[in-house]
Design a protein around this ligand. Structure first.
Ligand code: NAP
Length: 565
């Protein structure tokens, strides 16, 4: 596909692409692979100085997969599966970053990536049917199609505390953990936040620092990761099973091998507890994803599993008062994204670790020497803000995206995203989203959903090219219908009442706090989602408005601008 813009200046070869992919993370890497293989002139624009996305950024101690490594890796290449060895059941960040570099190098993808290229705005040019992407350095790139591979958790958020800039020690958001090693030995460290990130950091650094103060607003349910090494023999066995592993992942709602079951009330309480005893010792999300499905839907079932997990926490924490503070009371087990932990609860049995309950005495300010709460002052050398993300839509909002008639995407999504299957959004033609808002990616094993999304988007682009179509846009009615499906799936689940990023809650972001459900992710399960989008493709893309190049040509001629596919 080449574009001649007639009287207008010929676009610089390097400044115009058929397809621009934004982001060189897990989804962007696969997107560029597929697009290049399909013959598109495509390029990745990546804000960071290197590839890896979330695994490039999140360098904090303890950072690792909580999906089994061999279910997280790409499935698309047998050769890749044969060549790569995972060394741990839940691989740590350095290995994950090495893996993504290995993939990029193996398929020679790096030359299709432009680094230090932060897209700061995107403007739709209706006359020429192009996106104009402005970069941080002022450069402008045009593209007929844009594939947004922005990542659901790439827009970190900080609390708005008085005095944060005045702190005399070292402080940073976990997402911006410095590349150079941070000296923690002998230091007094404060961690704000007890989500999946905080829980990994706290457990990892507790025995390495002089003092650790954990500033907890709300506790999270958390269960053992049960990590371990993968021996050479086990890796061979995994390699032999790969087809079965990926087939199993594609058949489960969460995209894991773990399969939930019905029948909570058919078992006695003792039988249920016996099952949970087993699942608690299993690795990864087994306790959640191989549990009874009723725990996600039925208040009584959820209460019982929550009581079971609470007892487990009580058994692991010596001080009963501290144990009670670590047990959530505002939401049931499995109704927010479950962090997985390694000796997290035992951390609070250490003399150098203190849990500071900021729901009781809130943080008043960060001072030059530490953190002042309503009750006390804590002297600190390092403050880590593990305070989460403007999840799923934040990365879109942070780019000024303007579509038809200059309408802003952030304005359109101010009450929550509106999309067609999480893949397109009306008013923003030729913008395709991988793992986008209201897709299944936010609620499942991420790379499994990414592969589905990338393959769907690439197939669509191939179809458009074959049919000479230069403009594609979701129909508002189709989008409304999809919203209905998203809401229906969401409302079925007990998570509808929780205050986590799944439901779009983040009090650090204006308009994303209490009372607002943003319907950010599709919770109907991966198999249903995959079937749904496959049907749309098989049926010739109902819900998408497509404009062939002939129509564009006559419009362009009328406005003395020529666009030839
Ligand atoms: P998060 O789950 O949103 O947790 C943020 C934490 O910061 C919460 O404890 C929150 O408290 C606290 N917080 C936020 N603003 C605060 C404020 N102003 N004052 C005091 N406390 C504040 O974020 P996250 O831990 O970074 O995890 C986000 C997601 O990243 C996870 O759910 C997961 O999907 C992914 N992740 C994955 C892994 C992995 O193992 N693969 C590891 C880490 C993260 P409240 O609960 O009271 O709001």
């Amino acid at each position: 596909m080449t574009i001649d813009q007639g009287n207008e200046a010929e676009p610089d070869e390097q400044r115009h692409r058929d397809v621009v992919v934004i982001g060189a993370g897990v989804s962007g890497i696969y997107a560029i692979k597929k697009l290049i293989d399909a013959g598109f002139d495509a390029q990745v624009l990546e804000a960071d100085e290197d590839l890896g996305g979330t695994w490039y950024r999140n360098r904090y101690p303890g950072c690792r997969f909580d999906s089994e490594s061999y279910t997280y890796g790409y499935s698309f290449s047998r050769e890749l599966l044969d060549e790569w060895n995972w060394t741990e059941r839940f691989s740590p960040q350095p290995e994950n970053l090495r893996y993504l570099n290995f993939v990029a190098d193996k398929f020679d993808l790096r030359r299709h990536m432009r680094f230090n290229a932060q897209v700061t705005s995107m403007d739709w040019d209706e006359a020429n049917c192009l996106w104009h992407l402005t970069l941080g350095d002022g450069d402008v790139v045009t593209a007929r199609f844009v594939v947004a591979s922005l990542g659901p958790l790439s827009a970190p958020t900080l609390p708005a505390l008085d005095g944060m800039d005045d702190f005399g020690g070292t402080s940073f958001h976990s997402f911006h953990w410095p590349k150079d090693p941070v000296e923690l030995a002998g230091k007094r460290v404060g961690v704000i936040g007890t989500g999946a990130t905080g829980i990994q950091i706290i457990a990892e650094i507790a025995d390495k620092v002089a003092e650790l103060k954990v500033f907890q607003r709300r506790p999270n349910w958390s269960t053992p990761l049960n990590n371990g090494p993968i021996s050479t023999e086990e890796m061979s066995e995994i390699r032999r099973r790969y087809d079965d592993i990926f087939a199993a992942c594609s058949a489960t709602p969460g995209g894991f091998e773990h399969q939930p079951k019905w029948g909570f009330w058919d078992k006695t309480q003792d039988e249920r507890r016996a099952l949970w005893d087993e699942l608690y010792e299993e690795s990864g999300f087994a306790i959640l994803a191989a549990n009874f499905a009723e725990i996600f839907l039925d208040e009584d079932a959820n209460r019982e599993i929550s009581e079971y997990i609470a007892d487990r926490i009580r058994q692991r924490v010596d001080n009963p008062k501290v144990a009670e503070k670590l047990i959530p009371v505002d939401h049931g087990f499995g109704t927010q994204r479950l962090p997985l932990e390694t000796s997290y609860f035992e951390t609070y049995n250490r003399d150098n670790v203190e849990l500071v309950d900021i729901s009781e005495h809130s943080i008043e300010a960060v001072t030059t020497t530490g953190i002042r709460t309503a009750a006390d002052h804590y002297d600190l050398d390092v403050i880590v803000y593990a305070t989460g993300f403007d999840a799923i839509t934040g990365a879109y909002d942070r780019i000024g995206i303007h579509g038809v008639d200059g309408a802003g995407l952030a304005d359109k999504w101010s009450e929550g995203p509106r999309t067609y299957m999480g893949l397109l959004t009306s008013g923003f033609p030729n913008l395709l989203m991988v793992a986008g808002p209201q897709s299944v990616s936010g609620s499942t094993n991420f790379p499994r959903a990414i592969e589905t999304g990338v393959e769907w988007v690439t197939e669509l682009l191939c179809n458009l090219r074959d049919q000479g179509i230069v403009r594609v846009e979701a129909e508002p009615e189709a989008e409304q219908e999809w919203l209905g499906e998203v809401v229906k799936a969401h409302e079925r689940l007990l998570l509808r009442r929780s205050k986590g990023w799944f439901t779009g809650y983040n009090a650090n972001v204006d308009g994303h706090s209490e009372g607002t459900i943003r319907y950010q992710a599709y919770f109907g399960g991966a198999p249903r989602y995959t079937r749904r989008i496959a049907e749309v493709a098989a049926n010739g893309y109902p819900g998408l408005n497509m404009t062939p190049s002939d129509d564009r040509l006559s419009q362009a001629e009328a406005s003395e601008t020529e666009v030839r596919p």
